[in-house]
Ligand binder design. Structure first.
Ligand code: NAD
Ligand code: UDP
Length: 323
C-alpha cells in the first residue's frame, strides 16, 4: 500500500505517518513546513518505507504512484491561519485540487481532513454531520472556515463528476505530543504557561466550551475512515464528545502540572465560538470508532513530551522557522 500524506510533517500528519509505517505501508509525506517541521518526522529518516518531499501543494504535484491520499495540508490554529490567511485559502483550494487530481490519476482513495470550524459558531449542539453551520464569510476565521467549506465542496463535486473514492473527516479540537508549543492553541498555551510558572491566559470569561481529542485516538479514526469501504463518499465527525469549559481546562492543567500559576482573564477573541462538541454516532456506527483516552491521561502524556522538548538542547523551532 502506497500512501501519500500531504501535511505529513505537521502535528497530526506526523502521528499519522508513524501509524501508517507501523502498519507496513510505504509513506510519502509532502510538506512546505509553513506550520510544520521536518523534525516531526526526523525519526523516520533512515526508514526505507518513508520519504519526505518538500513541496507546496498549491503548486502542481509531481507524479507519485499512490493507493491512498490523506490531505492534511493547511494551517490549523487560529494564530497559524490568522498569520497566513491567503496561504490558508490557496492551500485549501489549489492544494485540495492538486491532491484530488493526483488521487484520480492513480485511482487512489482520498481523504480530506476538514474541521468542526465548518459549523462556525453552531446553533445546534452537539454538532451532527447534517448541520450546515453558522459561518461569517468575512470574519477573522473566514480564511479557514470558508477555505475548508470550499475544500469539502470541491472534494464532493470532484468525486461526483469524476468518480473518485473520497471521504471527508471533520476533526474537532485535537491535542497531544508535537502540537507546537507556540502555535497558540489552548492546550499547548496553558501547559507551556503552567510549566513556566506564568499566568494561564483564559480569553473572555472562560465559559466557552470545547471537546478535546487525543491525537492517537484521532489517527486511529482517520485510518479506519480511509480503509473502511462503507466510508466512501461519507462525511464523518471525529472528536472526543466530552465537553469542558475553558475554565475547567485551566483548572485541570493547574492540577496536573502542580503549578502555582494563577489564572488570568484576557479579552475574548473576536467572534469567539461559544460551544463545540461533536456528535460521533456516525463514526461509532460506520467505523466502530470512539475515543479511548480521557483528558487527564492525554494531558499527562502531553506534559511529558513538552517537558522533554522544552529541556532539549536544541529547542523546537517556532512555526515556519524550520526545515
Ligand atoms: P499543523 O499545522 O501541525 O499541520 C499542517 C501541516 O500542513 C503542516 O506541516 C504545514 O506545514 C503543512 N502545510 C500547510 N500548507 C501547506 C502547503 N501549501 N503545502 C504543503 N504543506 C502544507 O496542523 P494539524 O493540527 O496537524 O492539522 C492537520 C490537519 O487537520 C489540517 O488540515 C487541519 O485543518 C485539520 N484539523 C486539525 C485540528 C486540530 O485540532 N489539530 C482540528 C480540525 C482540523
Ligand atoms: N483560549 C484561551 N487561552 C489561550 C488560547 C485559547 O482561553 O491561551 C481559548 C480560545 O479563546 C477558545 C479555546 O480556548 O475559546 C480554544 O482555542 P484554540 O485556539 O485551541 O482553538 P479553537 O477551538 O478556538 O479553534
Amino acid at each position: 500500500m502506497r500512501v501519500i500524506v500531504a501535511g505529513g510533517a505537521g502535528f497530526i500528519g506526523s502521528h499519522l505517518c508513524d501509524a501508517l509505517l507501523a502498519l507496513g505501508y510505504h509513506v510519502t509525506a509532502l510538506d512546505n513546513f509553513i506550520t510544520g517541521s521536518s523534525k516531526n518526522v526526523a525519526h523516520h529518516s533512515s526508514n526505507p518505507n518513508f520519504r519526505l518531499i518538500e513541496h507546496d501543494v498549491t503548486q502542481p504535484l509531481p507524479d507519485i504512484e499512490c493507493d491512498a491520499v490523506f490531505n492534511l495540508a493547511s494551517p490549523a490554529s487560529p494564530e497559524g491561519y490568522g498569520r497566513y490567511p491567503l496561504e490558508t485559502m490557496y492551500t485549501n483550494a489549489f492544494g485540495t485540487l492538486h491532491t484530488l487530481e493526483l488521487a484520480h490519476r492513480y485511482g487512489s482513495r482520498y481523504l480530506l481532513t476538514s474541521t468542526s470550524e465548518v459549523y462556525g459558531d453552531p446553533l445546534v449542539h452537539p454538532q451532527p454531520e447534517t448541520y450546515w453551520g453558522n459561518v461569517n464569510p468575512v470574519g477573522p476565521r473566514s480564511c479557514y472556515d470558508e477555505g475548508k467549506r470550499f475544500a469539502e465542496a470541491l472534494v464532493f463535486n470532484f468525486g461526483q463528476q469524476k468518480g473518485l473514492d473520497y471521504r471527508i473527516v471533520r476533526i474537532f479540537n485535537t491535542y497531544g505530543p508535537r502540537n507546537h508549543p507556540e502555535d497558540g492553541r489552548v492546550i499547548p498555551n496553558f501547559l507551556t504557561q503552567a510549566l513556566a510558572g506564568k499566568p494561564i491566559t483564559v480569553y473572555g470569561d472562560g465559559s466557552q466550551t470545547r471537546s478535546f481529542c487525543f491525537v492517537s485516538d484521532l489517527v486511529e479514526g482517520l485510518i479506519r475512515m480511509m480503509f473502511t469501504d462503507a466510508a466512501s463518499h461519507q462525511v464523518v465527525n471525529l472528536g472526543n464528545p466530552t465537553e469542558f469549559t475553558v475554565s475547567d481546562l485551566a483548572l485541570q492543567v493547574q492540577s496536573i502540572t502542580g503549578t502555582r500559576s494563577p489564572i488570568e482573564h484576557l479579552p475574548a477573541r473576536p467572534e469567539e465560538i461559544a460551544q463545540r462538541k461533536p456528535d460521533i454516532q456516525k463514526a461509532l456506527s460506520l467505523l466502530n470508532w470512539a475515543p479511548n483516552i480521557n483528558l487527564e491521561t492525554g494531558l499527562m502524556e502531553t506534559v511529558a513530551w513538552l517537558k522533554a522538548t522544552l529541556q532539549a538542547p536544541s529547542p523546537a523551532p517556532a512555526p515556519n522557522s524550520a526545515r
